[in-house]
Design a protein around this ligand. Structure first.
Ligand SMILES: [Zn+2]
Length: 240
């Protein structure tokens, strides 16, 4: 028995069987399946799913990172690369030109200037590595800039963060309260970046995704649901 429903922005399939309780599964392809006992009324299932929608959106945003249909960006002239929600095209330049030092202003071979990502033609083969370094550096910069904006409001003290390639997470919190950040996060618009950061900062005082957790988030970001949804819908684009 199979029913297809839709709530907010995601659809889900209801599969009824001889089971005792309702359960939600996020399938490998990112579709949502709700397993339910035979005689649970439709609106009760709806209510159940609605109560779990943040959890679902969050799982979908993690799935987006894992997705196999990642956009494979080619490191060629004119290709667009994201930074804070905007796309900038790549332009190879002659590294020997007087206007450009061999390494960019901040010791990086890649730089964003005049609306273009500029990379020394001679470094074309290692372009991806240069992008990863650039995104890592920018994520660090943004974290240093954004953390002081909300630490007092949340009541935490972020002492350390680390930027890396975090697999299927946008960010995480180590046991020793180090915030780990995925360098891909800085491809998202700044309001989404802020949400990812605030989420981990709130984990410093409330570990589980409890009602209290979301209450604290909503004090800092009242429309956080929209932020979670943005990640679920667009997360897969945030890739090299
Ligand atoms: Zn979390």
């Amino acid at each position: 028995m199979k029913e297809v429903r839709k709530i907010n922005d995601f659809g889900y399939v209801v599969k009824r069987s001889d089971r005792k309780s309702i359960g939600i599964t996020i399938e490998r392809d990112g579709s949502v399946t709700v397993r339910s006992p035979f005689f649970v009324p439709a609106d009760e299932i709806n209510r159940f799913v609605s109560n779990k929608r943040i959890w679902i959106q969050q799982k979908l945003s993690e799935k987006a990172l894992l997705s196999r249909e990642k956009p494979r960006r080619e490191f060629v002239n004119g290709q667009g690369f994201l930074y804070l929600g905007r796309s900038y095209r790549l332009r190879y330049v002659d590294g020997n030109r007087a206007s450009m030092s061999p390494k960019g202003r901040q010791g990086l071979a890649l730089c964003l200037k005049n609306g273009y990502f500029e990379l020394d033609e001679a470094r074309k083969e290692s372009a991806r590595r240069h992008f990863v370094s650039w995104y890592t550096r920018k994520t660090e910069e943004k974290l240093r800039e954004r953390i002081p904006r909300c630490d007092k409001r949340i009541g935490v003290n972020v002492e350390r963060f680390r930027v890396s390639s975090l697999g299927h997470r946008w960010a995480s919190l180590s046991r020793n309260k180090v915030i780990n950040f995925n360098w891909r996060s800085v491809m998202a618009p700044i309001w989404v970046f802020d949400y990812i950061l605030v989420h981990e900062m709130v984990h410093m005082i409330e570990k589980p995704h409890s009602r209290r957790f979301w209450q604290i988030i909503s004090r800092v970001i009242p429309d956080y649901e929209e932020h979670v949804r943005w990640l679920a819908e667009n997360g897969r684009e945030l890739e090299l």
